[in-house]
Ligand binder design. Structure first.
Ligand SMILES: [Zn+2]
Length: 443
């Protein structure tokens, strides 16, 4: 039993922001002492149903933030098949270090998560690791080949919480339409990686002045937005539940806004790197900036920010995509796409949005915990009594230099390597179990 006292509670689901405390029993939130409310030790023991001889661990949070653990709906854990980049154990350790108590593991592994046994494997490996909750995302099409649908109902029964061919766009509109229809039987969202291959071609960065100057093959913004338009239309027609991954263009934001206004059941996410870096940051010698979709223009960034602020885009997600040093050391047009993000994303977003742009901290928790829980039907996302005790104690003043040694991830392909960031989780609980402790517990 645990009593976390003197913390700034953040729970956008209940509209709470202020100093209070929280009691944990049997892995759940037993009592939330809201700002302005009082609770003495006798009352606390009564809540917990314990007599005074039983141990009640009290923790002084020192006025730091306490919020429901972040839920990341877009993570690549690389297991099975590419364990040299990451595995479920290292990825889930990286997750809790970054403040994520639940993560969705994408299906583009080797083999692809398109079969019942593989969904179960991912789920069990997550349980074995015993850190963040790991939820499998199953493939939409067998082998991610874009030709034949998977057995969605069976995959859902095995533990899949969403369907996605992420890493590839599903080129056939007819097949995607069918996927939205069938996914309705499961109640799970289809996550679309919007990329039209005929437009993206062999591009490696956003098509524009920078790509021309660097002599790199460009991907036009329309490669994404064309498919966002198509998928929104298909979701509207079928009534399917659609989630658009990694939105990166202003046209996509505009299309999503219009589709939502028309009542389409769709949600969308933005990745921190698309807010923090632009095409102008791309350098030939720095393939760490090679991501898919590619880094946007400054104008796109402003549209993404506006979309997040006005509720058009309700989720933040990392698209954590670990790659080995050798792969990312290749020349820009040969290196794989992807940024390693779990351990740096929250601090980077805190710096950019909360400190620099004066976004309220509770907005970040809404985008990264409350809304993902709601949209994907997952436990957590709130400090409500009875909810699982998936909690983050967060020190907004904690500064840290990111180094290869400091990362739990097996890979280090982050643009923050060698740089200092501010704002980190110091303690993290999943189901009431302490899974990260970077501070000495005070008596
Ligand atoms: Zn993707």
């Amino acid at each position: 039993m645990l009593w976390i006292k003197n913390v700034h509670l953040l729970d956008p689901m209940q509209g709470i922001s202020g100093i209070g405390s929280l009691l944990v029993k049997d892995g759940r939130i037993a009592k939330l002492v809201k700002p302005g409310e009082e609770l003495n030790t006798t009352e606390a023991l009564a809540v917990l149903g314990a007599d005074e001889s039983e141990a009640l661990c009290q923790l002084d949070g020192g006025g730091n933030y306490l919020f429901p653990g972040l839920i990341d709906v877009h993570v690549h854990l690389r297991e099975p098949g590419q364990e040299e980049k990451e595995d479920i154990n290292s990825g889930s350790r990286a997750a809790v270090r970054g403040g994520f108590t639940s993560i969705l593991a994408m299906a583009n592994t080797q083999p692809v998560i398109d079969h019942r046994a593989l969904v179960e494997f991912v789920r069990l490996q997550g349980e074995r690791a015993g850190k963040a909750r790991v939820y499998p995302v199953a493939a939409v099409t067998k082998g991610l080949e874009g030709r034949e649908l998977t057995e969605m109902v069976e995959l859902k029964a095995a533990g899949a919480v969403a369907f996605s061919d992420d890493g590839r766009g599903i080129q056939s509109a007819e097949l995607f339409r069918l996927a939205l229809e069938y996914a309705k039987l499961t109640g799970c969202p289809v996550i679309s990686h919007c990329e039209d291959d005929s437009l993206a071609g062999q591009g490696v960065m956003r098509k524009g002045l920078t790509s021309a100057r660097l002599g790199l093959r460009g991907i036009p913004a329309s490669a994404e937005s064309v498919m966002v338009a198509r998928d929104a239309l298909l979701a509207g027609e079928t009534g399917g539940k659609l989630h658009i991954a990694h939105v990166s263009t202003k046209e996509s934001v505009r299309l999503i806004r219009a589709a939502k206004a028309a009542g389409v059941d769709l949600s969308a996410e933005v990745n921190p790197h698309h807010l923090l870096f632009s095409e102008e940051d791309v350098q030939l010698t720095e393939s760490v900036y090679k991501v898919n979709p590619p880094l946007p223009s400054k104008e796109d960034q402003e549209a993404l920010f506006a979309g997040l602020m006005d509720g058009t885009i309700e989720l933040l997600a990392t698209d954590h995509a670990p790659h080995t040093w050798e792969e990312k050391a290749k020349p820009f047009d040969e290196a794989p796409f992807g940024i390693n993000a779990l351990e740096t994303a929250l601090a980077a977003v805190w710096q950019e949005l909360v400190i620099k742009r004066k976004v309220k901290p509770e907005k970040i928790i809404e985008l990264w915990s409350a809304n993902p829980a709601r949209r994907f039907g997952l436990a957590g996302g709130t400090l409500k009594e009875g909810a699982p005790a998936d909690l983050v104690l967060f020190d907004p003043e904690w500064r840290e230099r990111i180094t290869a040694d400091s990362l739990e991830s097996k890979s280090q392909n982050t643009p923050f390597l060698g740089k200092e960031l501010q704002g980190f989780p110091v303690m993290v609980w999943v189901g009431g179990k302490l899974v990260l402790n970077r501070r000495k517990v005070q008596d």
